[in-house]
Design a protein around this ligand. Structure first.
Ligand code: ASP
Ligand code: MG
Length: 457
């Protein structure tokens, strides 16, 4: 085996479809075995498991529904363990995880919803995956071990959408994780962490990419690999635009815009820890590891004006009108303070003399999947302003370089889609994007037209 060198550690993350069943886990193991620098492996729950755990965590299901969901989760986990033929210890551990799932979900529907118990339940999907992959690697002759991510990923106590504490994580990684890397390929869980009171927390849906980036940052890794079911980042979602093609290299700034504006493969905040630590990120396909994939780096060789397009459906436009806004100071501050209290992040914003329009994501990324525009929010806004909520909208973002300093970009966009209504436009805040808000029904046409105009010439 290649000598372990601290500076050459690679963190590899495998998503839900990559660990969905034993053949999929075997492909992960092939990738890990082929590269001895991969010392830390971060896994998601097997595909379909977290969705079911979220349903159970809501505590609304009756006995029969609960049993059904639990038996579906068990079927997924048992089909893996049945083929893997693990040690008696692993079987006992699996039984313990599954009975804990049953216990917690019964508690949540019978006694009542408790946020910390919800997260403890959600975490069990990832725990099963890391246990299986570590066992598979051992069976293949690798010294590997299953490591509890809660020992390192310290967060605040916002269950369901906890915020990581990178400084603490760095210290804990040094203490508990680094010493293991010399002798072990460590397999751990994405998505989960713990608060200062050692209660299990989760980072929000899709949070295992973020976990992997936090591990990469804490270990000052040589690279972070995100293995998924697509072979890299595309110029646009190929399901929307069939002529989309993979991008070889992209900057952190562009990739963060893409993630924020709808590209599904990366969690929007994922890249921050990797970017902070200047760890290059590779995105590749578990099924086709030989393909070039996409590298995300601080600097790329080429800096095209338009690199990619992205689409985010399900947008809500919230318009707040108040005559008090006329010549007033502090209206926006108050409005944003209320939104912040409801943990709502605003994407686009435009203002006029007496109104402000802003776009929000309809569901946000809260693990429980509840809508953000709650009655409590509307009640809190009512004394401040009249509120109008419009949905059925989509955000189309053009992502690239110097977009706000390049003549003709905006005029070309307007010409290309002259027949469509643009509900709102945002340009200039970042040189890396130009965003338009359009009717959801028009989105696909608009994307294809812009892709032809900007990316196929
Ligand atoms: N299993 C979690 C989810 O489905 C986290 C992840 O896969 O990134 O949201
Ligand atoms: Mg994911």
């Amino acid at each position: 085996m290649q000598k372990y060198l601290e500076s050459s550690v690679i963190v590899a993350k495998f998503g839900g479809t990559s660990v969905a069943d034993l053949p999929a886990l075997q492909r992960c193991a092939d990738i890990i075995q082929a590269n001895p620098a991969i010392r830390v492996v971060v896994v998601s729950a097997a595909a379909g498991v977290t969705n079911r755990l979220v349903a159970l965590a809501k505590g609304k299901s009756n006995d029969a529904e609960r049993m059904q969901l639990l038996s579906e989760i068990m079927a997924i986990q048992h089909s893996i363990s049945g083929e893997l033929l693990p040690t008696p210890e692993i079987n006992a551990q699996l039984r313990e995880y599954l009975s804990r799932m049953a216990e917690l979900s019964a508690y949540l529907s019978e006694v009542g919803v408790e946020a910390s118990k919800q997260d403890e339940l959600l975490a069990l999907g990832e725990r099963c995956s890391s246990m299986f992959l570590a066992e598979l690697l051992r069976q293949r002759g690798l010294t590997s071990r299953d490591f509890d991510a809660c020992q390192v990923i310290r967060t605040d106590s916002h269950f369901g959408n906890a915020e990581a504490r990178p400084m603490r994580i760095g210290m804990l990684a040094k203490e508990y994780l680094k010493p293991l890397l010399e002798n072990y390929c460590v397999v751990t869980q994405g998505f989960i962490g713990s608060d200062a009171a050692d209660r299990v927390t989760t980072l929000g849906r899709g949070g295992s990419d973020l976990s992997a980036a936090l591990f990469a940052e804490a270990l000052k890794a040589h690279a972070l690999q995100i293995w998924t079911d697509v072979d890299g980042i595309y110029t646009c979602d190929p399901r929307q635009v069939p002529s989309a093609r993979p991008i070889a290299e992209i900057t952190f700034a562009e990739a963060a815009e893409m993630a924020t504006f709808g590209a599904k493969i990366l969690h929007p905040a994922t890249l921050l820890p990797a970017q902070r630590a200047q760890v290059p990120v590779f995105v590749g396909c578990t099924r086709e590891p030989e393909k070039p994939g996409t590298w995300i780096k601080s600097k790329t060789q080429q800096r095209p004006v338009c690199r990619a397009l992205s689409l985010r459906r399900g947008q809500v436009l919230l318009t707040a009108r108040s005559l008090n806004m006329l010549h007033a100071r502090g209206f926006l501050a108050e409005l944003f303070a209320i939104l912040a209290r409801h943990r709502i992040s605003v994407d686009l914003i435009t203002t006029s003399e007496v109104s402000v329009a802003l776009t929000l994501d309809a569901t946000g990324s809260h693990s429980s999947g509840n809508s953000l525009i709650s009655n409590e929010l509307l009640a809190e806004l009512a004394p401040l302003c009249d509120v109008e909520v419009e949905d059925g909208l989509a955000l189309v973002a053009i992502i690239g370089h110097e977009l706000s300093n390049t003549p003709e970009v905006a005029s070309r966009v307007f010409q290309m889609i002259a027949k469509k209504n643009i509900r709102m436009i945002s340009q200039g805040a970042s040189p890396n994007n130009l965003c338009i808000l359009v009717r959801e029904d028009d989105a696909s046409d608009i994307l294809n037209t812009l892709h032809r105009g900007f990316l196929e010439t």
